[in-house]
Each structure stands twice: as structure tokens, then as C-alpha cells.
Design a protein around this ligand. Structure first.
Ligand code: TYM
Length: 333
């Protein structure tokens, strides 16, 4: 059955290995199935929920687009576009925001994490951002949304909004409840410095993540310095429990190599840590460095990148505008 796929990535600073293994790698495999209609968005309206420098934001929008393409997304096969160039997303967010309930938003753990202790000082945008995300998805009747584990709750909210809209306005199945596509394993890549914390752009330590723009030497040195424990390498999958750093590094290796965790455990049984780390660094350099190299090449041609976004945004707007108009009709405008 053909699937309508939608997903987005914020253009806030360097994309990292978590974004790649948790999301972008999956975007590329979904594009390979010709039955799927794939739409991938650079969600710059989400990025401004925290303060951005205008010049750097522009650079980051191009860099995220270039990373999409360098990772294997093809603008001839998927719609690749920029959220702020499609005004229907903001309009849809307002309309759906009148359906969503405060109580639902108050449960969002990502807001609590990002706002920190001083919630009063967080932007209103940060609070209502899951509604914009729901608008992104629902305007395209997306059936499947590939994301990392951290977006699961936002997807549940999207489904709640769709169901309430359909019920409130007596229009069964008008808004499609999307299914999250979260990889069974390796959907939450953790910090290289602390295996209990998510790998994130906002971690002040650059050593905590592999950026998609890191060069070979940096990748190797970050893996060498990655935190590990002093026990020997695991003999079986029970040996990996309660060892968050090791579990994370084994997960990264397995995901990069497209192999099950069991095989990784088997491969390194009885070997020492430095041997494993060398192999991990080698695998990362082999997979990530060509993407970073290609991203930099693409960034030399800003016109090419801008044209991808322009073409993609025209296609996206045609779909989204029609859905917003249908929503407005149903509401009674
Ligand atoms: P963002 O920009 O924070 O992250 C983009 C994608 O990367 C995944 N991800 C991770 N996966 C595994 N391990 C990690 N450490 C890790 N860090 C990030 C995220 O789960 C995500 O899939 N709100 C979204 C963007 C968004 C969106 C949408 C996604 C806006 N509208 C509509 C899907 C559909 C976000 O901030 O992702």
C-alpha cells in the first residue's frame, strides 16, 4: 500500500549523528520504496521558538537542506521544502490550536525539558510548537511519520488533535491520524559523554556528539575520548544492560553497519575496547565523512540549494493550501 510520509528537521546548528541515525537515514530508505510519497521539511518556524541569529538561521536552513541531499534525498523523488515558505503551515496551526486543549500541551515533556526551571521566560512559540508540528503533518494527510523516539509524544498529540477535529466537526476520517515510524532499535542516540543523556544540538559540549560536518580527525578523536566503563566487552545481550555508554556505542555501530545488536556483540566478544573503538571510528568515517564532504560541496552552490527549496515549497503549498481551505470550510468560514 502506498504511504504518505512526512517528516521535518529543525535547522538549528549542526545536524548530528542522532538526527542522522534516528531520522534522516530512515527518510532515505522510505524514499527508496517507489510506492511511497515522501515529503521532507526544513522546519525553520520551529527553530525560532528559541532565539536565532538571522544570518546564521539562513545559513543553517541551507546546510540542513544540503545535508538532506548529501544523505541521499533526491528532490526529484521527494518533496524537499522549507516550512516558512509555505504559509499554510502557520494558518493550519492557528486553526488546529483552537481544537487542541491546554491540558494536552501541559503534558509535553519536551517543553518541560527545553523550558527548564523558568517556564515563565520560555516563548509562547515553544509552548505551542507541537500544534505547528501537527499542522505540518495533518495538512498533507500523512499516514506515516519517521522520527526518533523523542518525538513520540508529539505524534500522539497530533493524533489526538486529528481525532478531536473529526469528532467536533462530525467529519469522520477527514484528518488522517498518522502512525509514527520509530525504529525498533537505535531510535535514541545518546551523548558520547553521558549514556543517560540524549545526543543533542543544545549540549554545550561539542565532544558529546558527532556533527554531520565533522572531519575525519574530529570523528576519530571524539570516538577515542567517548566515555566507556572499565568492564570487559560483553559476551551476550545481558552483559550490556546497566552499561549505558557501551550500549549506546554498540547501538551506533550496529545502526551504521545495518546489523542487529547481537551480531555486534558476537563480533567484538573477547576483544578489547580500543579495537572496538577503532572499528567504530572507521565505520563512522566511512559513512559520515562522505556526507559531510558532499554537504560542503553543495553549499558552494547556494542557488542550487535555494532552487530546491523554491520548487519544493511550490509543490508543498499546492497540497497544504487545499487542505487548509477544506478545514476552513468545515469550520464555517
Ligand atoms: P529535531 O529537529 O529536534 O530532530 C530531527 C529528527 O531527529 C531525531 N533526533 C534523534 N533521534 C535519535 N537520537 C537522538 N539523539 C536524536 N535527536 C534528534 C528527532 O526525533 C527527529 O525525528 N519537532 C521536530 C521537527 C518537526 C517534525 C514535524 C517532525 C517539526 N514538524 C513534523 C516530524 C513531523 C524536531 O524538533 O526535531
Amino acid at each position: 500500500m502506498s504511504k504518505k510520509i512526512f517528516s521535518g528537521v529543525q535547522p538549528t546548528g549542526n545536524l548530528h549523528l542522532g538526527n542522522y541515525l534516528g531520522a534522516i537515514k530512515n527518510f532515505v530508505s522510505l524514499q527508496k520504496d517507489k510506492q511511497n510519497n515522501c515529503i521532507y521539511c526544513v522546519v525553520d518556524l520551529h527553530a525560532i521558538t528559541v532565539k536565532q541569529d538571522p544570518k546564521i538561521l539562513k545559513k543553517n536552513i541551507r546546510e540542513t537542506t544540503a545535508t538532506f541531499v548529501a544523505s541521499g534525498l533526491n528532490p526529484k523523488e521527494s518533496i524537499i521544502f522549507n516550512q516558512s515558505m509555505v504559509p499554510s503551515h502557520s494558518e493550519g496551526a492557528w486553526l488546529l490550536g483552537c481544537v487542541a486543549r491546554m491540558g494536552w500541551l501541559n503534558r509535553m515533556t519536551q517543553f518541560k525539558e527545553k523550558a527548564g526551571k523558568d517556564k515563565e521566560k520560555a516563548s509562547v512559540g515553544l509552548y505551542i510548537y507541537p500544534i505547528l508540528m501537527a499542522s505540518d503533518i495533518l495538512l498533507y494527510d500523512a499516514t506515516h511519520v519517521p522520527v526518533g523516539e523523542d518525538q513520540k509524544q508529539h505524534l500522539e498529540l497530533t493524533r489526538d488533535i486529528a481525532q478531536k477535529f473529526n469528532l467536533d466537526f462530525d467529519c469522520k476520517n477527514f484528518l488522517t491520524s498518522p502512525e509514527p515510524l520509530i525504529q525498533k532499535d537505535f531510535s535514541r542516540i545518546m551523548s558520547l559523554k553521558d549514556g543517560t543523556k540524549k545526543m543533542s544540538k543544545s549540549d554545550p559540549s561539542d565532544q558529546s556528539r558527532i556533527n554531520m560536518t565533522d572531519d575525519k580527525d574530529l570523528i576519530v578523536s571524539k570516538i577515542k575520548k567517548a566515555k566507556t566503563d572499565s568492564a570487559k566487552l560483553p559476551e551476550n545481550d545481558k552483559d550490556i544492560n546497566n552499561r549505558p555508554e557501551l550500549k549506546n556505542l554498540y547501538g551506533i555501530f550496529s545502526s551504521i553497519q545495518n546489523q542487529a545488536l547481537d551480531l555486534t556483540i558476537e563480533e567484538f566478544k573477547g576483544k578489547n575496547f580500543s579495537e572496538f573503538k577503532n572499528k567504530l571510528a572507521e565505520a563512522l568515517v566511512e559513512k559520515i565523512y562522505p556526507i559531510s564532504n558532499e554537504t560542503n560541496k553543495l553549499l558552494n552552490d547556494e542557488k542550487f540549494i535555494d532552487q530546491i527549496l523554491l520548487d519544493g515549497s511550490e509543490k508543498a503549498e499546492a497540497i497544504a493550501k487545499k487542505k487548509v481551505n477544506d478545514i476552513k470550510n468545515i469550520i464555517g468560514f
